[in-house]
Design a protein around this ligand. Sequence first.
Ligand code: GAP
Length: 485
Amino acid sequence: MPVTHLDSLEKIVSLSKSRGFIFQSSEIYGGLSAVYDYGPLGIELKRNVQNAWWKAMTQVHDNIVGVDAAIFMHPKVWEASGHVEGFNDPMIDDKQSKKRYRADMIIEQHILKLREKGDADKADELQQLLDTSGTRKGLCEDLYDIIMEEEIRAPESGAFDWTDVRQFNLMFKTHYGAVTKDEDDVIYLRPETAQGIFVNYKNVMDTARVQVPFGIAQIGKAFRNEVVARQFVFRMREFEQMEMQYFVEPGTDGDEYDKWLEKRMEWHNNLGVRGELLRAEPHPEDKLAHYARAAADIQYKYPIGWQEVEGIHNRTDFDLSRHHEYSGKKMEYYDQKEQKRYTPYVIETSVGLDRTMLMILCDAYREEEVDGDVRTVLKMHPKLAPTKVGIFPLIKKPELKELAHKIEKELKEDFTVLYDESGSIGKRYRRQDEAGTPFCVTVDFDGLDDNTVTIRYRDDMKQDRVSVDKLESVIRDRIKNWKPE
Ligand code: GAP
């Protein structure tokens, strides 16, 4: 059967809207860019991903516990973390179209074009300049010089009419409480969930009786005023992170970092996405963030190219030491057995929930030619599928509907199910294929005599006749033993 995989993000954007996975925020008012809402299918998928992550972190590890910290935090947190000073992107505006761009991205796109044209020497030379930007006149001026010297034009208008390059802090700022709006009331929407873990590190140690090495996991919203945000849920201004900070003894951090990178790759593979589209990319040493001793991206090959879905970082004792310095509270750990005191190092695993969902949707998408027709199907892992079972009476006869509702009621205890009696059976199957529903159960007249039904599988469209009493175990077995195509 001829199969086409996803070749553009637009198809996923369109399916996400038409099937109720993801909607543009405030769409009736023209939408809010880079902010999205999850619909009925989207929220089920999202919860399944969250649960898979939470289980992989807290349930299977005796030494990892969870927290749920508030989004608002004391403003000093962001001074200590370095975000007030350094969480910036270099931006530049096209004066003609009034569109704003990231200066480094404009240069990267230009380099890509040079490579496509076969001008590898020039591309390498520019890449070298880009990699060392910030070392000559400062980042903004270096990037501006490259854009001017190369006469790089604005992607949309084609104009060569730029403003200067300026640093733009990505944190959303607002004022706290009903007092005058001066700088003393400034509060930020958190740009990462990690700091909520660091500030609770002592509380957790004092209450959960954990000993180094131990981890703290959290799922929550983060906010970044991204300069460029035009890639659906890949780059949003409000998004969700699933982060875990693993506190280790200095000296063991190298091994722990390797272990977590491997574990996290395994988790992504276990989501059922195609292994050949996943890779781990270490950051070169001269590109590491100010707090990191080592870092790697786990990348997926989206239709927009290889992109980061998760970051694994060795953050050293940077955050705990800075919080010690800024709060005056000691962040040390006392190892009673060894009778020594130290500030733990932190291995961080930080995955974007929305980017994970986008990866799952992109990976699952197929167009298959079936009997001269094209069916669109989402072949995602059944454990993640928003609806597990579609239940259909063959036709709208009361006795078939009654048995179908009885099965629906029984299966509901264990699975998300959807009862549907409208349209032909073929149409009902197709609707569920597009929603990624792995099993459909059809109740017909034979079933009234022998208590059997037809179960149809999404992936190969094969059908089996099974006893109603066996349905639950057949579905469970299939979910457990599923493998990606
Ligand atoms: N605490 C470390 C940290 O926040 P990061 O690499 O900036 O590291 C971690 O972000 C993950 O959060 C990324 O791998 C990505 O999946 C997700 N993420 C970051 N910015 C995002 C955005 N604007 N929209 C959607 N997801 C984003």
